[in-house]
Ligand binder design. Structure first.
Ligand SMILES: CC(C)(COP(=O)(O)OP(=O)(O)OC[C@H]1O[C@@H](n2cnc3c(N)ncnc32)[C@H](O)[C@@H]1OP(=O)(O)O)[C@@H](O)C(=O)NCCC(=O)NCCS
Length: 198
């Protein structure tokens, strides 16, 4: 919450943040690495291994997982509906709300067969990384990226990918220092990747 003070997840409160962490711990293809000091978590990094078996992307998965707590908190803090993150992602949120409702109604019916996209390459996606602002500039972000890379290797990934806002120079510098390269551009974000040898 200290690392992302303006993010809507932080503003929605601890329950929603906790749900986000639960999502990372909810399946074997997702993972979290973190650094503790005393009883506090001072930095963490979350990722997902993509082998084509997920029907939808990680953002959709996380949104659907945290939908219930998120909606409850939004009712208590309705002004957050106007938060730029929510406004920008409204169509995406509505699509996922529909998917979630569809799933609830179809709960007792047999699961549809999802046609897996064939992929010859297992990749990991670095979804989030955050270090407490008081701890920036000490190499903790690098340490987390090294742990992320190790975990990716263990899970069979040969390549790591991420997306970062073009104006987040601090993060881009940190990624480049750790061997990531800009591979493309998507709206306000750069796509970055790093190939890892297994
Ligand atoms: C991006 C972020 C995780 C980087 O964390 P960090 O710990 O500061 O990053 P690094 O490990 O790369 O360390 C950076 C600095 O520590 C210095 N450093 C000190 N000791 C070091 C060590 N032992 N090893 C490596 N670097 C060290 C580096 O020289 C570098 O200095 P510089 O920025 O002046 O060049 C952090 O800025 C952050 O949490 N930002 C907010 C959240 C965010 O935007 N996340 C990314 C999008 S999801």
């Amino acid at each position: 919450m200290h690392a992302f003070p303006e993010s809507v997840t932080t503003l929605l409160g601890k329950t929603v943040v906790a749900d986000m962490f639960k999502w990372y711990l909810s399946a074997q293809n997702k993972f979290l690495v973190w650094i503790e000091e005393g009883e506090e978590c001072i930095g963490y990094c979350g990722g997902v291994v993509m082998d084509g078996s997920d029907a939808f992307g990680s953002a959709s998965g996380m949104t659907q997982f945290g939908m219930q707590a998120g909606m409850k908190r939004l009712l208590l803090k309705p002004w957050l509906l106007f938060h730029p993150e929510i406004r920008k992602r409204l169509p995406f949120i509505v699509t996922n709300l529909k998917r979630k409702l569809k799933r609830l109604f179809k709960k007792n019916q047999p699961k549809p067969i999802v046609v897996k996209q064939p992929t010859d390459e297992i990749k990991s996606g670095l979804v989030v990384i955050g270090v407490h602002p008081k701890q920036h500039g000490k190499g903790l972000g690098s340490l987390l990226q090294q742990a992320f890379e190790e975990k990716s290797k263990v899970m069979g990934a040969g390549k790591m990918e991420l997306s970062v806002r073009k104006n987040n120079q601090k993060a881009i510098r940190s990624y480049e220092r750790n061997g990531w390269q800009i591979t493309g551009s998507e709206g306000p974000s750069y796509l970055m990747a790093k190939t890892i040898l297994n």
